[in-house]
Design a protein around this ligand. Structure first.
Ligand code: F6P
Length: 328
């Protein structure tokens, strides 16, 4: 028989992402709606260990749906990786009367939550929050749509300089292990080439493609490079390579960096966060544990945390083909 849940803890962990606040708001308000108590936990698993909790009600989360970052702060906890740390975390939760956790984060967060459940039989549900969109079991993670819009807006501005000065720009975007941001923002921003870790284009093909576009009359180009791309050691080495092999090109590099993680969430991310928070709370109240809520076929679906961690979020092959056609 599942334990009767009367108080839920909500926390954010790992890299922040736009929409995390909207998800916190949704969890808190869904708890209030179902007459369940809710505590906000600060600084991810570190805050669980230290009992850094704050009782939250529907009004505590006013005016945060539009804010980037996370009002609960985020951290990557080393202590929670130890059995001793997790024991302390369990005591803190029991002392505060917390019966279940909603964790908002990426696969590192879900791994910690799953181990915690296995050791202490503590109910946990995950909400995928990362701009990288690299989580299996959802077509969209929180923050991904906002990051795409940020990147497209930035590349539109870079394009002004590229075309005014007949330059080639390498624009590096985030995505440590995944090319979702690069591929989607690259197509959206009309990039000449898109380099992603899932597809090894190779330096020769890159040069061929750039030569072809020069011959076809293009005077400027944007190449979007995912941070985790394997083609060159880094984006500056790509520049050096093209400088050497195509001296007629005037090449620049622009690394967009953490501006992609910040900012007010898009409408899409706010709505997604609201849906995920409600689904997470109601899943716990149904007595379920160890699931991640996700968006599949525009419905809220549950994926076992284990699968969400181990599964691979595949790149959209149709979009890859569209991108190739667009660059002819
Ligand atoms: O996982 C999200 C992400 O933005 C990655 O794309 C990037 O590699 C990483 O976080 C950067 O992390 P940090 O802010 O810790 O440097």
């Amino acid at each position: 028989m599942p334990k009767n849940i009367k108080k839920i803890g909500v926390m954010t962990s790992g890299g922040d992402a736009p929409g995390m606040n909207a998800a916190i708001r949704s969890v808190v308000r869904a708890c209030a709606y179902h007459n369940i108590e809710c505590v906000g936990i600060y600084r991810g698993f570190d805050g669980v260990i230290e009992g850094d909790f704050k009782e939250m009600n529907a009004r505590s989360v006013k005016d945060i749906i539009n804010k980037g970052g996370t009002v609960l702060k985020s951290a990557r906890s080393n202590e929670f990786r130890t059995k001793e740390g997790r024991k302390k975390a369990f005591s803190s939760l029991v002392n505060a009367g917390v019966d279940a956790l909603v964790v908002i984060g990426g696969d590192g967060t879900f791994t910690g939550a799953l181990i915690f459940n296995e050791e202490f039989n503590f109910p946990v549900i995950g909400i995928p929050g990362t701009i990288d969109n690299d989580i299996y079991g959802t077509t969209h993670t929180l923050g991904y749509d906002t990051a795409l819009n940020t990147v497209v807006e930035a590349i539109d501005k870079i394009r002004d300089t590229a075309s005014s000065h007949n330059r080639l720009f390498f624009v590096e975007v985030m995505g440590r292990d995944a090319g979702h941001i690069a591929l989607n923002a690259g197509v959206g921003a009309g990039a000449e080439e898109i380099l992603i870790p899932e597809e090894d284009l190779g330096l020769d093909r890159l040069l061929d493609s750039l030569k072809r576009s020069k011959q076809s009359g293009k005077s400027s180009s944007i190449v979007v490079v995912a941070e985790g791309d394997k083609i060159g050691k880094n984006v500056f080495e790509l520049k050096d390579y093209v400088d050497e092999n195509m001296p007629d090109y005037d090449v620049r590099v622009s690394v967009l960096g953490h501006i992609q993680r910040g900012g007010s969430p898009s409408c899409f991310d706010r709505v997604l966060a609201s849906r995920m928070g409600v689904k997470a709370v109601e899943t716990l109240l149904e007595g379920k544990t160890n699931f991640m809520v996700g968006l599949l076929d525009n419905k809220m679906e549950l994926t076992p945390l284990e699968n969400a961690i181990k599964g691979k979020s595949e790149i959209n092959l149709e979009l890859l083909r569209v991108s190739d056609i667009m660059t002819t």
